[in-house]
Design a protein. Sequence first.
Length: 168
Amino acid sequence: MRNPPADPLIVVVMGVAGSGKSTIGRRLAQALGAPFVEGDDFHDAENIERMARGIPLTDEMRQPWLDRLNRELRRRRETGVVLAASALTDASRRRLTEGLDDVRFVVLTGDRELLRKRLAQRKGHFFDPKLLDSQLATLEIPEDGIVVPVDGAPDDVTERALARLRVS
């Protein structure tokens, strides 16, 4: 385990479904000595049901979720935090980080077939894999995002993300 940075970091691990946000987010949090927050835990029941039925969420449907996540990030700004959340659009990221300075975005990316394969193997998650194409079409990679390819083992992906966080 690494030593936590002098100033607490707020890191959002973002990307489409199947990119490994939760897996890599937990590993980054451990390495950084920061708490981990699972963004999926903040969805309301209606949106979970929509996604389970393969209905893409609109920006309006996402707003209360993003507001809950923003409150959680603000609550943890003194300790630092690693949040796993899709945060696919610039508008979503602005709402998510409103009132917060220096939020780092780790953008997990992978090719469509790798992501499809991962989603097909995932058990017990509410997300309908049919929504992957919708998410890929919606994804807007932030200009200052730390883009990390997800091919390879989770340890390798985590190390790539940590190396890029250190130099950004």
